[in-house]
Design a protein around this ligand. Sequence first.
Ligand code: PLP
Length: 426
Amino acid sequence: MRDDDSSSSFDSRGVRIDWDALVSPRTAGRVSKLGTETAFAVSAEATAFAALGHHVYPFHIGDLNFATPPNIVEASLRALKDGKTGYCPNAGIPILKEAVANEVNASRGLDYRAENVAVQPGGKPVIGKFLLTLMNPGDEVLYPNPGFPIYESQIEFHGGVAVPYRFVESATGFEIDLEALERSITPRTRLLILNDLQNPLGAECSPQEFERLSEIVSQHDLWVLSDEAYFDVRYSGTSTSFASIADMARRTVILYTFSKRFAMTGWRLGAALGPRSVIDVIATLNVNDESCTNHFVQYGGVEALTGDQTEPRRIVSVLKERRDAALKILRATPGVRCYEPRGTFYLFPNVTEAMRIKGFEDVDDFRREVLRETGVSVCSRTHFGRPQVDEDQHYVRFAYSGIEVDQIVEGLERFRSYLDLSTAAS
Ligand code: PLP
């Protein structure tokens, strides 16, 4: 096995192994289609900057700095001690499947049974398994862009054609450009990926948008992946699942995850919910892939859904305080336009004017200078899917899931001063 320290690796004859010489150039063609979360490169830049002794305000991090609620940890530990360490059913332990179905039915007004649930090691695997189940090579898939970058990567990796749909800024936020979306549909279009309460925009569909989308979906006979990763991370109003729109449940797969609401990102626990015809195939993909999701972790999931909700509620209320603190300063920052999302833990301000003030044309050049000058580290629009050719507005993403209110205020005040001073000078 390769060691972390490859320079000290030797074979059984004691000869030093030259790893680079062993790298095979014959990787499969599809590998070249594989994307990644390029935001990790921003982390590397922030880490390098911090290593030089600078203070960094980590707004690029999409992970949560909350501990998993103790009752969930206890339940999993108990299961571990009780010997829940062997293989378990590939679609998940029955008690968890039932708990997930009950939870989703109660919060979304749906009628799933345990057999409509396939437990997964996180929400992310649902994306690839949905595509493997329903997409043939050459099929076209509509996906949000800007959006979670793994959609584009997985569609192309599995031989599909990734067709982006975009959002337009409205007075109150972002709306899907439904006319453009409809114009991009062809006879090869098979699937639509939706992420309501969206990463990175924080956008959500109005009832009218959902209605129109459901008409488009029926008319063109599409299947839908409804990525509901942030369904429960909301501060006002109520979330709606696309599956609960009339007649949509029978052509929708829900991506459910424990990651955000329960601060369980590293536990890797989620589920796919949908019609049996699709869920059975996804469960067979589980057999072929991970066999089953970590057995004792699933008992933590049961406790998360059925146990005390005090801590998950507190997490959301702390996130709301952070959103409010960040928004207040961003809205007072020259050249920045930021609307108020009612959920997620992202802000996606338009910084076109701020860039003009500072003389930047490239949003990543701007982002890097902001880091150098203020220590504020953010992702930009370019980390959320390939930018489309006709884009003329620029955006950065502030994630406030991993940074405390005092640091939010300190960092964003520095960002504001950086732009304030230039405005005063110009
Ligand atoms: N979907 C969206 C929109 C996300 O932002 C994320 C994570 O950031 C995921 C899915 C996957 O989350 P997980 O695999 O931790 O459940």
